[in-house]
Ligand binder design. Structure first.
Ligand SMILES: [Zn+2]
Ligand SMILES: [Zn+2]
Ligand SMILES: [Zn+2]
Length: 215
């Protein structure tokens, strides 16, 4: 299982021209903090992210024409595996891009992701205890091979939100939502012994009765 915990900006600096990559954690843009600046090591501003509901506004000082270009993207696209090209809206030249890098994603295993979450988790999750317990249970199902898609793939990506987990099949894009907010959510997850992603279903864990096979 792969956990999407952020994205990577690869962009040339509008001031000094250095090409650098910047890891951006999705947890840096939560709670009271609705905007985030990404700066070059020279100090120049490269990207300003401002969150609005389920969208994020990206503002880029342009190295080509000197203007500021803005672009509104969905939070889901930004923090999932989607790739976003940033370009000069006057000349059409590419300025940089945002996206998950394969090796970065592969490193973001759940245990490391949880370690990284600690400092933000209090503000981020609606119910931290429930979320942690559910994350661990889903992780156990993944390790046991009991988290898979009906297409046959076991390569499942997980996006973490304040109130839920979204499990995506990286082959066919099937989606499964696990709510992780209340005691009832936790009880429901505790009864689950496998998760199968299916086409066009937005299954809410706990609404489907699943019981382990009786010996
Ligand atoms: Zn610079
Ligand atoms: Zn431009
Ligand atoms: Zn699939």
């Amino acid at each position: 299982m792969v956990v999407n915990t952020g994205t990577t900006l690869v962009m040339r600096c509008p001031e000094c021209g250095r090409l650098e990559r910047h890891r951006i954690s999705r947890f840096a843009l939560v709670g009271g903090r609705s905007s985030l600046q990404i700066n070059c090591s020279c100090g120049a501003l490269k990207l300003l992210l401002t969150s609005r509901d389920k969208k994020v506004n990206l503002q880029v000082p342009c190295v080509v024409c000197g203007a500021k270009h803005a672009r509104l993207v969905s939070a889901r696209t930004l923090w999932s595996s989607g790739s976003i090209e940033l370009f000069c809206q006057t000349t059409g030249l590419e300025l940089g891009h945002l996206g998950a890098e394969e090796q970065v994603r592969d490193q973001a295993r759940l245990d490391e992701a949880l370690d990284g979450l600690d400092f933000m988790a209090d503000n981020f999750f609606h119910n931290r205890e429930v979320m942690y317990a559910i994350l661990n249970h889903v992780n156990d199902l993944g390790k046991a091979g009991r988290l898979y898609c009906e297409c046959g793939s076991h390569r499942i990506e997980m996006d973490i939100f304040p109130d839920r987990l979204e499990l995506h099949c990286s082959r066919c894009d099937n989606l499964y939502i696990v709510y992780a907010e209340t005691r009832e959510d936790l009880d429901a997850v505790g009864r689950i012994w496998k998760i199968k992603l299916a086409r066009h279903t937005f299954t809410r864990l706990g609404q489907t009765r699943e019981t382990p096979p009786q010996p």
